[in-house]
Design a binder for this molecule. Sequence first.
Ligand SMILES: Cc1cc2nc3c(=O)[nH]c(=O)nc-3n(C[C@H](O)[C@H](O)[C@H](O)COP(=O)(O)OP(=O)(O)OC[C@H]3O[C@@H](n4cnc5c(N)ncnc54)[C@H](O)[C@@H]3O)c2cc1C
Length: 446
Amino acid sequence: MILISTSLPVPPPPPPASTYHCRLLSKTQRHRSRFLITSTMSTESPNGKNLNLIPKRIVICGGGVIGASTAYFLSSMSSPSSPPLHVTLIEKSSVACAASGKAGGFLALDWCDGGPLSSLARTSFHLHRSLAEKLHGSESYGYRPLETLSLSINKSSSGAGSSSSTTKTGARKGLVPPWIDGLAENVKKIGSFETTAQVHPQLFTRRMVSAAVANGNVEVVIGEVVDVMMDGDRAVGVSLRKKDKGENEMKVISLDADVVVLALGPWSSRNRLVSSVFALSACKAHSIVLRPSKPEAITPQALFLSYTCSRSSRTLDPEVYPRPSGEVYLCGMSKNDEVPDNPDEIVGEPESIAMLHEIAGTVSSHLKTAEILAEQACFLPCTDDGLPVIGEIPGASCCYVATGHNCWGILNGPATGKALAELILNGTSITDDLAPFSPARFIKDR
Ligand SMILES: Cc1cc2nc3c(=O)[nH]c(=O)nc-3n(C[C@H](O)[C@H](O)[C@H](O)COP(=O)(O)OP(=O)(O)OC[C@H]3O[C@@H](n4cnc5c(N)ncnc54)[C@H](O)[C@@H]3O)c2cc1C
């Protein structure tokens, strides 16, 4: 028997796509900063800003898509008239080792419309396009626009590639590409080449970091952030556990900073400053990556499935993303769970992985026989109101948090990073209004 604690919600076709907002969740959950004054001399930059108030040393904790995007935009925004900026990105394991490396990488322009995320998502969708041009995203991280379909598959009917398998609604309309040879029903187009796109999330995140490092003012440190160092109510650095070059022993060292950014994904709640302001839960979701023997047969259509299992009447909502590399990524099977200390120790549950293989084989005979490249799991960071948290932590000046991006972190990473970089460097964000995402909203609720 397959143990599935929770299924993914069905994307109710057709859009309003805002309903997909929490597509991977078991249930819908639903400033100016005071900078460290590093000099007592008052000087002004040509644009009239007090240079003493501009942070010079910024530490970003967490090398997922949010930390990487923040590092990239901070490094791109420093100008010759500003004091030199130095950014240190601290990552416990490796850049994009967690959800930011194992996500689908699906991007949608308008699926968050009608809610507080609408503007951030739209801005970020467009930023993805301009970043892809600048960073050669098509070649370096698999950026491409693609079509998106929703469809129902019933396992108890015929399987993929069998003689009786046919596609009903949709096939007649020419919507179903030939590689989907399982019994597909209720096929609808829910995204076009203009409104949906994809990236390979791990390659994208790593490209953002390498571009930031190439800008000359960002370094990556592999180490575990232990705590934020405070001077009264102001963050003044972090302590971290790391190995020195050539040493076997871990040492705890401190790193001074004018600004600290906590972008620790689901691990953010382990920080006392964060947990004193808001709660963050972790939702575990599974994925597999397959390489079909005839990758040229797989056309660029993302699939949002409503899948009825053979052994129960249960309906699951997996997602299928063919990638330009010829690989096909499938994800689903989510449930709330405790996130382990070590990101490298996250493994998928066999029943969930087996179910994803069953789904793959039912959708397409190309996937049934495909080579298995990965079977994995990762955690979505989820807040109680389903919205990200981006801004300075109340009661901890110069300490910013950016987390809770739920099932849209890859989409919203660039706009989050750009807006946060502006907030840190200029005291306000012009890229997007961050007010709906302020951590202060949790204080007001008390
Ligand atoms: C199966 C699945 C599919 C998804 N598909 C999509 C999708 O198609 N589109 C989309 O937009 N979003 C998608 N998402 C959501 C997206 O992956 C997340 O919202 C996003 O990756 C969160 O990024 P993050 O940087 O906040 O966290 P993470 O990626 O979790 O990064 C946090 C980092 O912090 C590090 N860290 C933890 N503790 C410490 C410490 N003490 N010191 C130093 N470093 C530390 C970790 O090692 C990790 O690298 C998906 C998620 C899942 C699980």
